[in-house]
Ligand binder design. Structure first.
Ligand code: AMP
Length: 451
């Protein structure tokens, strides 16, 4: 399939060729014609599959044809807002389209001024968008197309009610596109409420079965730093992303690595101001930084195509987070490796109402013994969600999937110093007060997500 086969305008064909995209990815080939024809879609696809350009090209073609006048793209994090905005700008350039972004962490006055000018597409985090609506800067009634990008993540990090409020404020006659790495009961129920007559598109991952190798290594807690140094030195020149659980842990590790003269080190965590974070991501992208130590703030949505090695210095707190961390490597079919340190003697994290260390992946069907490596091929894996017995390192039953249906928590807690990916906006708490929540729909009952 070629982009020419998708009946795109000459201007869009020019922008995809300027971006160096030679042929449409699977999600693009499947979704773009449906978006152009105005079909509501639920699309199951991971980051790294080309989903941004899929909805981007679809929306841009509709705006250029006049079938959509203004489009809204909701994203969970400010990083994703910036990246999506940048890609849409580049795609919309030959059409002269204006794409703007609104997210927390940036001066509100600046965004208000920016949004007083005209635009065709707004990329926003839910909390900030509602702030702007309350101030009369943005009118939801003006949008007749909406994309929920990384919808599962948006629900996980507490934007559920904000998203409902926004969807309720949009005109009923609109195009709605929902993109999510997982399509579980919750997503389906939202779809039944907000996406009438929608079609489901399911997309395999770009990465091939052999493109990501996973290795879990038993390391006594006291030897983790030494093991980390050894691992980095064993992979010279490989762009490496190291995940630690807490901001303090990230700062400590970075210092230790600097003391050991590991060159080109950077760090990323939620306490850093947005411009600093953006700069750090840019330096990592452009190879000025080769080793980035980060909290889960880097686990989602970062489009850096040549990360060759992920080291989980601290294990992820749940399977979904693990998959998102792993998804930072092996992008667009490239080779990648994920190494996870497992320390049975690790001191327990400060209580945050969650699972105990080492139990967090649940029933133990995804991982395997130390030192051995294995590939995974994406979806349909055999992880059973939390609550199962643990001891996961000693089983080896094949591929793990995208985390399905489990009511696992996001493992986020400010008080414990842990952090969820740095979503923009002020979440469901705005202006220092919690806004009253609508009555919980039936599907919510029984879901006890830890926050
Ligand atoms: P996404 O799934 O939106 O996170 O996209 C992942 C990466 O794929 C981004 O860096 C895009 O620039 C890139 N990309 C998107 N579409 C294509 C394509 N058709 N060919 C090559 N790269 C692409």
């Amino acid at each position: 399939m070629r982009f020419e086969d998708l009946n795109l305008s000459a201007k869009t064909l020019k922008s995809v060729s300027d971006l160096g995209y030679e042929e449409p990815t699977e999600v693009q080939a499947k979704a773009i014609p449906k978006i152009i024809s105005g079909t509501n879609l639920i699309v199951r696809s991971q980051t790294g599959t080309g989903k941004t350009a899929a909805f981007g090209i679809g929306l841009i073609e509709r705006i250029a044809a006049g079938t959509t006048s203004k489009a809204l793209v909701l994203v969970p994090t400010r990083e994703l807002a910036l990246q999506v905005c940048e890609e849409l700008r580049r795609l919309g350039l030959p059409h002269g389209l204006n794409v703007r972004a609104a997210f927390g962490g940036q001066k509100l006055e600046f965004q208000i001024r920016d949004l007083q000018r005209s635009y065709d597409i707004l990329v926003a985090t839910p909390g900030r968008l509602l702030d702007l609506c309350e101030r009369g800067t943005v009118y939801l009634s003006k949008f007749n197309a909406v994309v929920l990008d990384e919808a599962d993540h948006m629900l996980d990090i507490g934007f559920r009610w904000d998203v409902f409020k926004i969807l309720d404020g949009l005109p009923p006659e609109r195009l709605t596109l929902l993109f999510s790495a997982t399509v579980d009961t919750e997503i389906r129920e939202i779809a039944s409420m907000y996406l009438p007559d929608s079609e489901l598109i399911e997309v395999g991952e770009m990465r091939t079965v052999s493109s990501i190798k996973e290795e879990r290594i038993d390391v006594p807690h006291a030897q983790k730093v030494a093991k980390l140094l050894e691992t980095i030195k064993l992979h010279p020149g490989v762009k490496t992303l190291i995940f630690a659980r807490t901001r303090r842990g990230v700062m400590r590790l970075k210092r230790r690595l600097e003391e050991e003269n590991i060159p080109h080190i950077g760090m990323l965590h939620g306490d850093m101001e947005q411009p600093k974070r953006t700069r750090m991501i840019h330096r990592f992208k452009t190879d000025e930084i080769r080793v980035l130590v980060a909290t889960n703030v880097a686990a989602r949505g970062l489009h850096i195509d040549d990360v060759g090695l992920i080291i989980n210095y601290d294990e992820a707190e749940d399977m979904r987070t693990h998959l998102h961390r792993a998804g930072r490597t092996g992008r667009m079919g490239a080779e990648g490796k994920v190494i996870t340190f497992v320390s049975d003697d690790a001191p327990p994290p400060r209580q945050y109402g969650g699972q105990r260390r080492g139990q967090s992946y649940g029933s133990g069907s995804y991982s395997h013994g130390s030192g051995r490596s294995r590939s995974y091929g994406g979806h349909g894996g055999s992880w059973h969600g939390p609550g199962g017995s643990h001891g996961s390192r000693h089983s080896d039953s094949g591929s793990h999937g995208s985390g399905h249906g489990g009511s696992y928590g996001s493992g986020s807690s400010e008080s414990s110093g842990q952090e969820s990916p740095g979503y923009g906006g002020s979440g469901h708490r705005r202006g220092g007060r919690r806004h009253s929540r609508p009555k919980k729909p039936a599907w919510h009952r029984g879901h006890h997500r830890q926050r």
